[in-house]
Design a protein around this ligand. Structure first.
Ligand code: IYR
Length: 222
């Protein structure tokens, strides 16, 4: 295999104060992100979704294989189908599949098998992970660090949607194979999560929870 040719790369050399300012500006934007479960049905501009997806697609990935596919679902009938299938799985999850320990961990959040946000929110972005890629001629090639790569891309997407003033929810009904069937995606694409996006419903509320203190989560070796 030949190496890629290289191209120059330089970033504007920011003074220290500007660097700190930029870092804090981004922090302040992302600190406004909350996982929301009550959405307004008002549609979101396509251009916002497209720009946020372009940000996601720029994520680093193992060997630059970009092992992901994103399906944007706006069609209310398809969202209704996804909701019905997710709620069927979630009924099983809450009634039988989840361990008592898991249910106890979820109890403070008050989640249950009802997922109205899947039809209330104007936009679902279903993220698929490709353990291997299939070329146009059918040849398969293995992908690397797929969960890390798709996780980073999904993080970019969340950050971009929230920066645009949208609320989001990462939803993972379990199992999610119904998404391949409903969205007509090939078997080698594994559903990773459903990202629900829209404006929060008027009067939406979120749990009063906080992140752990900085010092507890970060160790600096200087
Ligand atoms: N998938 C279920 C359960 C669930 C699990 C975790 I971990 C959460 O942080 C939230 C929910 C559901 O969506 O209800």
């Amino acid at each position: 295999m030949t190496r890629y040719p290289t191209i120059p790369f330089a970033l504007e050399r920011l003074p220290r104060t500007a660097m700190i300012e930029r870092a804090r500006e981004f922090r302040d934007v992302i600190l406004r992100r909350r996982t929301v479960r009550d959405f307004d049905p008002d549609p979101v501009p396509d251009a916002v979704i497209e720009a946020a997806l372009s940000a996601a697609l720029s994520a680093p990935s193992g060997a630059n294989r970009q092992p992901w596919h994103f399906v944007v679902v706006k069609d209310p009938a398809v969202r209704a189908e996804i909701r019905a299938a997710a709620e069927a799985e979630e009924r099983e999850f809450y009634a039988r599949r989840a361990s008592p320990e898991w249910l106890a961990a979820l109890a403070p959040l008050g989640t249950d098998e009802n997922k109205p946000f899947l039809t209330d929110a104007p936009c679902l972005i279903v993220v698929f992970l490709e353990k291997f890629s299939v070329a146009a001629d059918g040849r398969k090639s293995k992908n690397y660090y797929t969960s890390e790569s798709v996780g980073i891309a999904t993080g970019f997407l969340l950050a971009a949607l929230n920066a645009a003033g949208l609320a989001t929810l990462t939803h993972t009904p379990s199992p999610m194979a119904f998404l391949n069937r409903i969205l007509n995606r090939p078997r080698h694409e594994k559903p990773y999560l459903i990202l629900v996006a829209g404006r929060p419903a008027p009067g939406a509320r979120v749990p009063d929870i906080a992140k752990r203190p900085f010092e507890e989560s970060v160790t600096i070796v200087d």
